[in-house]
Design a protein around this ligand. Structure first.
Ligand code: V07
Length: 256
């Protein structure tokens, strides 16, 4: 390849660099990320908030590549919460366009990299174009057995648990099982995440140190990792730093 008269060689295929180069012994199987700080990233540059969301979306592509490189099993991203509807309509509309925008450019690469797309959240209230884009991507990647890219869309943990309670009560009412059968395993099977292991590692960017209604039940035993870095600036190196910190915590555990 020639650019400006200089020969450029394709970089070594990312997936051939394995995590041993980073000395990452224990890789979390499931990483969940609260991608916070996009609005602040834009404000710092005098740009509208939506410019920050666009930059945040481009960063999702980079981080998904790192997740595949390190052979994570599941990457769950908090893309849109049940509380996000309270934002100005223009911003909500823009956010709702991001899944189709992301997939229209990136779905072929996801398919090529054996990524399987899934979602958690209340799908029904989403605009039909958003639903179509997601349903299509889920369908086209359903047989892939690499990374599960799990997108939390219109997700709220309390809502998820209340819906689970309602369904359990219904099932008890029609004598599917007695109340005594209700245990953690049964409850877990009524959540959006029933097919997915609990997160081993939860990352939140942009300085806030709280869960904000994200995976409250599922994070009961997760390791938490926080950084002041804003989501659009959360790069490959920092992600690998986080993974390496996870490994150190696990090693200490093992020593006890
Ligand atoms: C959204 C960008 C990232 C920062 C947080 C809020 C804004 C990627 C997606 C996406 C990716 C794959 C997919 C569906 C959606 C996305 C929303 C917002 C709603 F299958 N980024 N991103 N979706 N932001």
């Amino acid at each position: 390849m020639l650019i400006n008269g200089f020969p450029f060689f394709k970089k070594k295929n990312q997936s051939t660099i394995n995590h041993s180069e980073l000395h990452l012994g224990v890789i979390p199987k499931h990483v969940a990320i609260i991608m916070d700080g996009n609005g602040r990233w834009a404000k710092k540059r005098g740009l509208p908030r939506i410019a920050g969301h666009k930059e945040g979306m481009d960063n999702v592509k980079r981080i998904v590549r790192v997740a595949t490189k390190h052979k994570l099993e599941v990457l769950t991203l908090y893309a849109f919460s049940t509380e996000n509807w309270k934002r100005p309509k223009k911003e909500v509309d823009f956010l709702m366009g991001l899944p189709s925008e992301f997939l229209s450019t990136y779905l072929p690469e996801l398919i090529e990299n054996n990524v399987r797309i899934q979602t958690i959240g209340d799908f029904e209230p989403l605009p039909s174009l958003t639903k179509q884009a997601m349903t299509n991507a889920i369908h086209k990647t359903k047989d892939n057995d690499g990374l599960i890219l799990n997108i939390a869309l219109n997700y709220g943990s309390r809502f998820e648990m209340l819906e689970a309670v309602k369904k359990i009560v219904e099932d008890v009412k029609v004598d599917q099982y007695p109340i005594e059968n209700i245990n953690e395993e049964l409850f877990s099977n009524y959540l959006y995440t029933k097919h997915i292991s609990d997160p081993d590692f939860l990352i939140r960017t942009s300085g806030e140190q709280r869960l904000s209604n994200f995976l409250l039940w599922q994070c009961a035993y997760s390791e938490f990792w926080f950084t002041d870095v804003l989501w659009p600036d959360f790069d490959e190196k920092l992600f690998e730093q986080a993974l390496s910190d996870y490994e150190k915590r696990k090693r200490r555990f093992g020593g006890l």
